[in-house]
Design a protein around this ligand. Structure first.
Ligand SMILES: [Zn+2]
Length: 408
């Protein structure tokens, strides 16, 4: 075969040749030339065993930076323990970030791997990028590193790996809720940056933080900008001028309802299948290639809306809907529930039947925060002004008649 990069005749392609001739790994070469890995690799390059003897002990006492990087990776849930090893999971679009991390973790003895595995279930060879070190090299900084590594350095590593930027808000999913709490408290105490803990994104015990306001998001990025700019592929995720796209998830729920004072059949209790389409608009993250993860979108809508409405009576599923569970009021209610979790929310479409539906575009999260509850949802809340008017009207129309009617 010939190398498609440099034309050299080769008995086989491997990272030794490719990195030297083009700077590419085998997996990147495969993507660039649209070749399946199965066609490029020899069988003795696939499913290679690994042994702990291939690794040496820590080469020096790990630097403070190394300890910060390790803590950031732990918050991100990217450290995996198995068979006496610790792996740092990577992916091909963030290869340079993985290599940057290796450079900073080198004192722990981490080695870079691009391993190729044959998957019997899909009959494909797949590549995996990760760093690996023996667990014994990390024991001193594993459980409770003393002294604790500097907060901002660890946070920058975490943000580079896991944070997402949606409509001016930073979303941060942590592998454990204790990490989310630590980061939230530290940001308020030392940097006056506020974050909310969101409870709807249950994803294997992860905890989710969102910067509270547009100002908090900007402040946090400003705080980390210098450190993020040093990490390959990190800063561009938050700043690159990429195209905007809209993504939509459709979910259904079966519910009963009636419409109070409706002049036709809708005043009767009846059931139906509602189809809800949730559209989110935003810039495409250049590293994930997505506006928002469909899995997250589905989890949030399921947790906040579908679980509440499906096989329930809409008039009693939420106080806001007791009087009017029309598609319009449902849309306003749903929007108000979702916007904090999906600040890129751009449109809702709700079908009550295949031929009747409502489209709605509501307020931005910043507007909701500034204006408070949407008044159309609370006509019976009994504001003091409204109650005073009611009392005046009752007095004028005469209480005795009301009393006389109730007696007869
Ligand atoms: Zn070559």
């Amino acid at each position: 075969m010939h190398c498609l990069e440099c034309g050299a005749p080769l008995s086989r392609l491997d990272n030794g040749h490719l990195l030297e001739c083009s700077g590419l790994t085998v997996q990147e070469y495969a993507i660039r030339h649209q070749l399946p890995l199965d066609m490029i690799l020899h069988s003795d390059q696939i499913n290679l065993p690994d042994h702990i003897d291939n690794y040496t002990g820590p080469t020096a006492r790990p630097t403070e930076t190394a300890r910060q990087v390790l803590l950031g990776l732990r918050w991100a849930g990217l450290l995996q323990e198995h068979d006496g090893f610790v792996d740092v999971a990577g992916e091909i679009r963030r290869l340079d970030l993985l290599l940057w991390i290796q450079e900073h973790l080198v004192d722990y003895g981490f080695q870079f791997h691009q391993d190729y595995e044959y998957r019997a279930d899909t009959h494909r060879v797949v590549a995996k990028n990760f760093l690996r070190a023996p667990m014994r090299n990390l024991v001193h900084d594993w459980a409770m590193p003393e002294p604790p590594p500097a907060f901002l350095g660890a946070l920058a590593v975490y943000v580079a790996q896991r944070a997402e930027w949606h409509a001016g808000y930073l979303f941060m999913a942590f592998s454990r809720s204790i990490y989310a709490e630590t980061v939230r408290e530290e940001l308020v105490r030392n940097h006056q940056i506020h974050c909310e803990i969101l409870d709807a994104a249950d994803n294997g015990g992860e905890a989710l933080l969102r910067t509270r306001s547009l100002a908090d998001g900007e402040k946090l990025l400003d705080l980390l900008q210098e450190q993020l700019q040093e990490m390959p592929t990190a800063w561009e995720r938050f700043q690159a001028d990429t195209p905007t796209a809209s993504v939509t998830k459709e979910l259904v729920f079966d519910s009963a309802h009636f419409i109070t004072d409706h002049p036709a059949k809708c005043s009767n209790l009846h059931g139906g299948r509602y189809v809800l389409q949730v559209e989110v608009t935003g810039r495409i993250d250049p590293i994930t290639g997505c506006v928002v993860d469909y899995g997250y979108l589905k989890r949030v809508v399921n947790h906040l809306i579908i679980e509440r409405f499906d096989h329930h009576h809409l008039n009693y599923a939420a106080e806001e809907l007791a009087w009017r569970s029309s598609t319009e009021m449902l849309c306003v209610f749903i929007w108000e529930q979702l916007i904090g979790y999906l600040p890129g929310l751009s449109s809702l479409r709700l079908y009550e039947t295949t031929s009747s539906w409502c489209d709605y575009q509501g307020r931005s999260l910043a507007e909701q925060q500034a204006q408070g509850a949407e008044p159309v949802l609370y006509p019976f809340r009994g504001e003091s002004e409204q109650m005073a008017r009611r009392q005046r009207l009752i007095q004028r129309s005469g209480k005795p008649r009301v009393a006389a009617c109730s007696i007869s």
